[in-house]
Design a protein around this ligand. Structure first.
Ligand code: ADP
Length: 489
């Protein structure tokens, strides 16, 4: 077993966090959390199941009555304390994240900053849940519209951003007055459990924030999507699992937010600043070893600049240094597990068999835990490298020769999360924003995520928005009251 070397060992937790207490799983079982860079065991964690999920939901349900009655200011103060503790623990949380998730330490630190920003943002938004008074449709009446917390929220989060995906849901829900049950990914439970420890130290009341994790997500998910006390399920993960969870939620008509897969086009027009496009493409494609839902998935390049850009992308990708994310100088870590490496390799092999050309990479390495930065061209449109979310460090280059063609190719997908365009032309900028069927568009920018803007997709990339002033609405129900009998005066 590898020792977890962080300053505050109290952040390293291996139990479920239910009703303000660290608890073993009902079954008494544990499962091992691994370091994806080495395959070594980091530590065992309680292997929660359905019964544990029920206990967590019941705790959240019992805590809701008091939590919703607290003033927004009281909730904001507690969230700000939680935020301050997360910020103070930045280095420890980043190391923990690199250990269980693999991303280079610099990226892990950036994620702690990004993830903590949601707690601060929603601490502030807690006090801005205003209602409305609407001019009535009849005389001597008043119409009031008020917002109420939906109730118990269940969140299921992925392993690629183990802190930020949890905070951007939890902070919004808690600010709104909801209580919360988090099921983090089985690959990365340690960050979520550290967040729970910090929430406890911040003084969040018992049962307001609970964490249940298990090796098998299905039984926990079954409870969270069917228990009558859960009124909202918020999910970030694959489209296939999201669809299944939505179906499971139908029976009890739960509200859902779904942040699902993407297939982002990254369009480089002939008038683009190629230096800026290259720098952005490197980050947008290879950050987190290509394992982000807003990753550049299809890089569309105008024919006039195609060869120049391809050459420069290959040269830049060659300089990436693969390795253990804790080591200085490493710029790309492992993939989450060898299965993910095999899947990506298969996508590359299929494309090559269908006539694609390999410009760089295309190899599993490091005992099958890493995948070399890869650049492909001549991709057929029916290949998974075009149709699917690759979720790995593979950059397929696609040639186009007109603006209309680029937008048409970009929209040729069932996904609609993020899209990117590089152009210096103002008219083209606006035509692209209008024409791209995606929830988020970056113009001359390769990183879109921020707590202050609404993150989310259209089509099969999901429903709902996270972050921004809109994010809190996902956890609020509108109630309208018509007040009559006010008399003539
Ligand atoms: P990825 O392909 O990125 O691992 P998944 O959609 O499989 O994405 O995982 C995202 C989250 O969904 C994780 O927390 C995982 O445990 C959870 N999950 C996967 N399958 C189920 C399921 N059947 N029920 C509930 N949660 C699930």
């Amino acid at each position: 077993m590898q020792s977890i070397d962080i300053t505050d060992s109290g952040l390293v937790r291996g139990h479920l966090f239910i009703n303000g207490q660290w608890q073993s799983a009902d079954s008494g079982a544990t499962f091992d959390v691994l370091n994806p860079a080495t395959g070594t065991v980091l530590m065992p964690v309680a292997d929660g199941g359905g019964a544990d999920a029920v206990r967590a939901v019941e705790a959240a349900s019992a805590a809701f009555a008091d939590w919703r009655q607290q003033t927004a200011t009281e909730r904001a103060i507690l969230l700000k304390r939680w935020h301050a503790l997360v910020v103070a623990a930045r280095e420890d949380l980043a190391r923990l994240m690199t250990l269980e998730q693999g991303k280079p330490l610099a990226e892990a630190r950036a994620e702690v900053d990004y993830g903590s920003a949601f707690i601060e943002w929603f601490a502030e938004e807690a006090r801005r849940v205003d209602g409305e008074i609407v001019p009535a449709h009849l005389p001597n009446r008043k119409i009031l519209v008020q917002k109420y917390p939906v109730g118990v929220v269940a969140a299921i989060t992925p392993w690629n951003f183990p802190i930020a995906m949890a905070t951007r849901k939890a902070a919004a829900a808690l600010a709104a007055g909801c209580t919360f049950v988090l099921k983090p990914a089985e690959d990365t439970p340690l960050c979520a459990l550290a967040l729970a420890e910090l929430s406890h130290r911040a003084g969040l009341p018992r049962g307001v924030f609970n964490v249940v994790v298990g090796r098998d997500p299905a039984p926990i998910g079954a409870v969270l999507t069917t228990h009558e006390a859960v009124r909202k399920v918020t999910f970030t993960g694959s489209t296939a699992v999201g669809k299944r969870l939505m179906a499971q939620c139908a029976d009890t008509v739960k509200r859902t937010s779904m942040e699902l897969g993407g297939n982002a086009p990254f369009i480089i027009f002939e008038d683009a600043d190629l230096d800026a496009a290259l720098a952005a493409a490197m980050v947008c494609k290879f950050r987190n070893a290509g394992q982000t839902c807003v990753c550049a998935n299809r890089i569309l390049v105008h024919t006039d600049v195609f060869d120049a850009f391809a050459q420069r992308l290959v040269a830049a990708a060659e300089t990436l240094r693969l390795g253990n994310g804790l080591e200085a100088g490493v710029t790309m870590g492992p993939m989450i597990h060898p299965r993910a490496v095999e899947r990506v390799d298969q996508i590359v092999r299929e494309s090559l068999a269908a006539g694609a050309e390999l410009l760089l990479g295309g190899q599993a390495t490091g005992e099958g835990r890493f995948y070399t930065p890869t650049v492909l061209t001549h991709i057929a449109r029916d290949q998974r490298a075009f149709t699917d979310e690759i979720f790995g460090p593979v950059a397929p280059l696609i040639r186009f020769s007109s603006e209309q063609e680029a937008i048409r190719i970009a929209n040729d997908t069932r996904f609609g999360l993020a899209a990117y365009c590089f152009t210096q032309d103002l008219g083209r900028t606006f035509r692209s924003i209008d024409g791209l069927q995606f929830g988020m568009v970056g113009i001359n920018e390769g990183m879109l995520s921020t707590a202050v803007a609404p993150f989310g997709g259209v089509k099969e990339s999901g429903i709902g928005r996270e972050g921004s002033s809109h994010g809190i609405d996902e956890y609020l129900d509108l109630k309208y009251a018509l007040i009559g009998g006010l008399g003539e005066g």
